[in-house]
Design a protein around this ligand. Structure first.
Ligand SMILES: [Zn+2]
Length: 538
């Protein structure tokens, strides 16, 4: 217990701690030197002379939310590239590309993201024309496919005779000519040649992105890592594009967001050689730590590349990495204290990822748990393996809302196994929630809503398969305490005495939050603190 006198006292409807079983509440907390030093009823938290009092009445005060799977660098970048999420068809996508092309010099790259298979079907000739011969790189909605224009393919040396790489596919027309659509590892053939905004060039966009996170009440995040170590910048270039860009901008982030910075699996050896371990602070930074090493075990539902078991148990879809490589990397990472985060969407990919963890050497004492990202289609017998092996189920509830039509179309007879969060909870797996932004909206209130209702607030078709949905306390726990457990930080994710004062004062009453209806869509933070200090928000 700290004996320090509060410098700041907050009174309101305070959620001290959210567990799956329920919310622990208080009327007031006192904060000194960045930590909670008193909590309880109003009279339990005296106000010393000179202390500041913030009384928010019935409004909710919550532990700051943690986005456990975010692509922060891509999210910052996406504020300056084209986004097609709202465009009705391929014609609209092409029109926006043409508009962008008209504003650019002839050889400049056009970048965009967010197209769906429905939009792009048959539209690639129109897209090609819209680029005006400029190298163009457009990522799909799920980020597991991309379209490269003829100029981009020429720069990358990709032509009709180029074979499909392992773990990837080059889509071709009836004459065998590439259409420009590249799946999974085939994207790597071109993506390394794409001009990208990195490091300090991202400063202004990242600043805006950090303000947006604070405005949602987010005080913590886990950068979801990278697919290669070959695109880095600056002092940490060997850790890949996103990690090196983030450490390059560490001064901008520090004190505003408690951020775990993921690295690509290719960088495990480099990180281990430098003594970097998961959960350990980045040198000279207060709120930055090293995150997990990422592998993409399979593709995604939207691109049709998730690795599945067919009806007879036969393999389908794309496995991007061999089980042998996963075993090698687990054997390298475990003794080095580096946790693995394995992207696995299809049931076969999840089984392969669990096999790798079960076969790996024991974790170092005190090392954070390994994690499986997305867990979108889960065979019932694989659920208890998460709890047994101590593997975090890192889920993004908003994917269920976004994918409900895809699931009904492609996985209909398996729909009970899709986004099976209740099943994972029942067997005692640690369920942690995130957004996968910029693939989906970063707003955690849409995520919490989707965890409960499995739809978007403006989806008027009613809730979707809520048997596998979560209660509000379970959802809030997945965005707070559960993330802190996964990171290995017992003084984060709650506001009991001794905790770091990372919190959000909401614009909504606690009763609104507890009701968890469509009003969640308009919840935001009116004050956000990290280490007891207000951070700028939008
Ligand atoms: Zn992701």
């Amino acid at each position: 217990m700290s004996a320090a006198a509060p410098q700041l006292v907050i009174r309101g409807a305070i959620v001290l701690r959210a567990t799956p079983e329920g919310l622990e509440l208080a009327e007031a907390i006192g904060i000194a030197d960045g930590r909670v030093v008193a909590a309880g009823r109003r009279d339990d938290v005296p106000v010393p002379a000179g202390a500041r009092v913030v009384d928010v009445g019935p409004r909710a005060v919550i532990p700051g939310l943690h986005d456990f799977h975010i692509h922060l660098v891509d999210l910052a970048r996406s504020t300056r590239s084209l986004r097609f999420n709202e465009d009705p068809d391929g014609g609209a996508v092409a029109a926006r590309v043409a508009e962008a092309a008209a504003a650019l010099p002839p050889r400049a790259w056009i970048r965009g993201r967010g197209w769906s298979e429905v939009q792009l079907g048959g539209a690639t000739p129109a897209l090609e024309e819209a680029t005006g011969g400029r190298p163009t790189w457009l990522m799909s909605h799920d980020g597991h496919s991309a379209w490269a224009s003829a100029a981009a393919r020429r720069l990358a040396g990709l032509h009709a005779a180029t074979p499909d790489p392992d773990g990837g596919r080059i889509e071709r027309d009836e004459h065998g000519e590439p259409t420009g659509v590249l799946r999974e590892r085939a994207m790597d053939l071109v993506s390394e040649h794409v001009a990208r905004v990195q490091g300090s060039e991202l400063r202004d966009s990242l600043d805006l992105t950090l303000r947006a996170l604070a405005g949602h009440g987010i005080t913590g995040a886990s950068e979801a890592g990278d697919y290669t170590d070959r695109n880095g910048v600056g002092a940490d270039a060997d850790l890949g594009d996103s990690a090196s860009s983030l450490t390059d901008l560490g001064d901008l982030i520090d004190g505003r967001l408690r951020l775990s910075i993921g690295i690509p699996a290719d960088a495990i050896a480099a990180a281990a050689a430098r003594g970097l371990r998961t959960g350990v602070a980045v040198p000279d930074r207060r709120t930055l730590r090293i995150g997990w090493a990422k592998h993409y075990t399979d593709g995604a539902l939207g691109s049709g590349t998730a690795a599945l078991f067919g009806p007879g148990g036969e393999p389908a879809g794309i496995l991007r990495v061999t089980p042998e490589r996963l075993a090698d990397d687990a054997a390298l990472a475990r003794p080095a204290g580096i946790g693995l985060a394995l992207h696995a969407i299809g049931d076969r990919a999840i089984a392969v990822a669990l096999d790798a963890f079960e076969g790996a050497p024991a974790r170092m004492p005190g090392a954070p748990m390994d994690r499986i990202e997305h867990v979108q289609l889960l065979r019932p017998p694989d659920a208890p393996r998460f709890a047994r092996a101590g593997v975090v189920a890192s889920v993004q509830p908003i994917h269920a809302a976004a994918d409900r039509d895809l699931v009904e179309r492609h996985w209909a007879e398996r729909a009970d196994d899709a986004y099976a969060w209740r099943r994972l909870r029942t067997v005692g797996a640690l369920l942690v929630a995130g957004s996968d932004a910029p693939v989906e909206d970063v707003d955690p209130w849409l995520g919490i809503h989707a965890a409960v209702h499995r739809r978007f607030p403006d989806d008027d078709r009613g809730d979707w398969r809520t048997g596998e949905g979560l209660t509000l306390p379970e959802a809030l726990s997945a965005y707070t305490v559960a993330a802190a457990i996964a990171v290995g930080a017992p003084d984060e994710g709650h506001l009991r005495v001794g905790a770091r004062a990372d919190l959000a004062v909401l614009n909504a009453d606690l009763s609104t939050v507890l009701r968890a209806d469509d009003e969640l869509a308009s919840v935001h933070a009116e004050l956000t603190l990290v280490d007891g200090r207000e951070v700028p928000r939008s």
